[in-house]
Every structure is written in C-alpha cells, then in structure tokens.
Design a protein around this ligand. Structure first.
Ligand code: SAM
Length: 349
C-alpha cells in the first residue's frame, strides 16, 4: 500500500509531514522490505558495498548537563567519573591506527576540563601524527568561537544530535536551562564554519509521537547534514526515565531506511544502541541503509563507566580488538569494511 509513497520519497528525497506520518503509522511488513531494498539500492549507488569504520574514544563521562534520558547526567551521583588524558587518547589512536581505523571520534560529556587549548593540542597531535586520518568531535554545545578554534586546529567533523525537532518535546527531555533554539544554533554554527556535520535523534524517546518523528525527518531533509546518528532510546536506571520503555528495533530500522532515501549520500551509523537491544541489530541496520559502524577504542577499564543507558555492550565484539570478527559480521551482510577516511561524497574542505 505504501509503495507509492516510498517511491515518491526515493524520487524527491522529501515528503510532507502527513505523508511521513502515514508511512510511519501504516506500513506493512511488505512495505518495510520494499523500503529496505530501495535503501540498499540507493546506498550502493553512492557507496558500493563499503562500510566505514570509526574508532570511538569516549574521552570523559563528566557532564555539566542533565538530560533526563542520559546515564552520565550530572545528577547521577552514582556514576564513577573518569576523563582520559592527552596521552591516553593518543595511545587509543595509535592502537586504532594499527587496527586500520582512519577516523577517530572523540565523544564525551560536557566536561569543563576540555577547554579549547586542551582539545587543540590533542587534535593537532593526532593530525600531525596521522595526516591521513579524520578527527570527529562529539562534545556537545560550545560557542561559535570554540567550534571555530577546534576547526582551525584540524577537526574535520562534528556530531551533535538535535535529539528532537519539536521544541515542546525538547523541553520534556531536558532541564529548563537547555534550549532547542540553542542546540539548533550550534548546528548552524558548525555547518557555517565548514565541519561535516552529523545530527540525529533517539527513536522511541519518552513522549515522542509519530508527528515528532515526521518533524525529525523534515528537519533533517531541510538541514542536509552529512551524517545522521539514530538509535533506540534505552532507559538508564538512575535517570528520571528509568521506568520508560525502550525504542524498538523495528521502528529504528524503518527510520534508517527512510533517512537513506532522504539523504542518499549520508553517512549513517548502525549504532551501538541498536546492537544493544538486538544481538543482530547492527547487521540489520546495515541492511536497512546504514553504512558506518563505530567500534569502541576507549581503554577497556573505562568502557563500563560510559554508561549512558543500561546494558550497553562494551566488551567482546564491541571492542576494537575484535575488528576481524566485526569484519566477518559485516561480510555476512554482503558488505565489506572500507578502511579509507570515508568522507561525505563530494566533500571538499
Ligand atoms: N555530550 C554530547 C552531546 O550531548 O552531544 C555527546 C555525548 S551524548 C551521551 C551522545 C548521545 O547519546 C546523545 O546525543 C543521545 O542521543 C544519546 N543517548 C543518551 N542517553 C541515551 C539513552 N538513554 N538511550 C539512547 N541514547 C542515548
């Protein structure tokens, strides 16, 4: 029934809000299969069979923010806080480089220790040691000046999920000093400065409606980011959302398929959260249109502490040491690991 709308989306890369709502609410299993097939065809047109690897380094779980959904929010007094030193981070990069990673993603809470000069020194060291590598940052909201400084130091990409494109829903997920407007302004700053920008949202976050999901898709269609990270919401026991339900694999995969048709050339990770709620979640993500995986390069002793939601996978195949195993799993989907930097197609800095 929904094939017409899916074909229209493939042709135009956008639908109106009512059409998105209709698709999300009323698709059948056959429609889903059709969507995934179209999504794979579109991703293969631009990326062939390549799946890009990003080495994720979780540099700190200190956070001055208090997002209601997040296990490392500042009000969670039971989290064992850590931050990596410059030396720790460079060791992770050394290890990652020898494993074949050509993108390092430094992600963390909003930790005041990581002022511009601290980050500039780390970015410059990584870039001078590994000029063939991309540096991605995911360190939350900062000033325009700070983003510019980090870009000037050599950072290539920045991930900042918008979380929800509905201002009222944004308020339901965040404390009152955080604002939707500020988050969106950060994204605009990042884009204007020249970063490859990633945004995204949680699927099934508390209070999210189908209308909200349609708004997220429309926001992304208009903003045209180079990367989009989505994953299911998963509750964390020490947050106000401890009793809320997780997002589902099915809905997350459906959103991935739609995103591939909205942004044919985007880099779409099959996220750890997807792998957490379903042991085959990341393979399923690749078959629904995703083309990136981000194994964890953080030192083993801190992985457990970056617990943004319950039961996060942090050992075994999640860790970078298991890259060969991961490559086998990727091959099982018919795709292959691509060890190049994996910039957005047509990207020129
Ligand atoms: N502090 C940075 C920021 O806010 O962009 C980066 C770190 S933050 C932990 C990274 C992402 O984790 C958030 O954008 C959010 O979407 C996701 N996240 C946090 N808590 C989550 C949860 N309970 N379930 C699923 N994803 C979650």
């Amino acid at each position: 029934m929904m094939r017409k709308l899916i074909t229209k989306l493939e042709n135009n890369n956008i639908l109106n809000k009512e059409e998105f709502v209709d698709l999300i609410e009323n698709h059948s299993p056959d429609d889903t299969e059709f969507l995934f097939q179209r999504a794979r065809s579109v991703r293969e047109k631009y990326f062939g069979k390549s799946v890009f690897l990003r080495g994720l380094i979780e540099i700190s779980n200190f956070c001055s923010n208090d997002c209601f959904y997040c296990g490392i929010r500042r009000s969670n007094k039971n989290t064992d806080r850590y931050r990596l030193s410059e030396e720790d981070i460079l060791i992770c990069c050394d290890e990652g480089y020898s494993l074949g990673f050509r993108t390092f993603v430094m992600q963390g809470g909003e930790d005041a220790y990581f002022k511009d000069d601290v980050l500039i020194s780390i970015i410059k060291k990584i870039k001078s040691k590994y000029p063939d590598c991309a540096v991605t940052l995911s360190l939350g909201e900062r000033s325009h000046e700070s983003y510019q400084n980090l870009f000037n130091a050599g950072a290539d990409r920045y991930l900042l999920r918008h979380e929800t494109a509905n201002p009222h829903h944004y308020e339901q997920l965040h404390p009152n000093w955080m604002s939707y407007e500020h988050r969106i302004n950060c994204l605009k700053d990042l884009k204007n400065i020249g970063f490859q920008v990633g945004t995204g949202f949680m699927v099934g976050s508390p209070f999210q409606t189908v209308n909200n999901l349609a708004e997220d898709l429309l926001f992304i269609a208009v903003f045209q980011p180079q990367m989009v990270g989505i994953g299911p919401f998963i509750p964390h026991h020490a947050t106000p959302f401890a009793e809320k339900n997780s997002g589902t694999v099915e809905q997350t995969l459906f959103m991935l398929g739609l995103l591939r048709l909205i942004l044919p050339k985007a880099l779409l990770p099959s996220t750890t959260a997807l792998g957490t709620i379903d042991p085959k979640g990341r393979e399923k993500g690749l078959l629904a249109g995703a083309n990136v995986v981000m194994p964890n390069l953080s030192p083993v002793d801190v992985r457990k502490k970056y617990d943004i939601y319950d039961n996060k996978i942090f050992t075994g195949e999640e860790s970078a040491q298991y890259v060969k195993n991961l490559a086998d799993r990727i091959r099982s989907t018919g795709y292959t690991v691509d060890t190049s930097r994996g910039d957005a197609p047509d990207w020129k800095k």
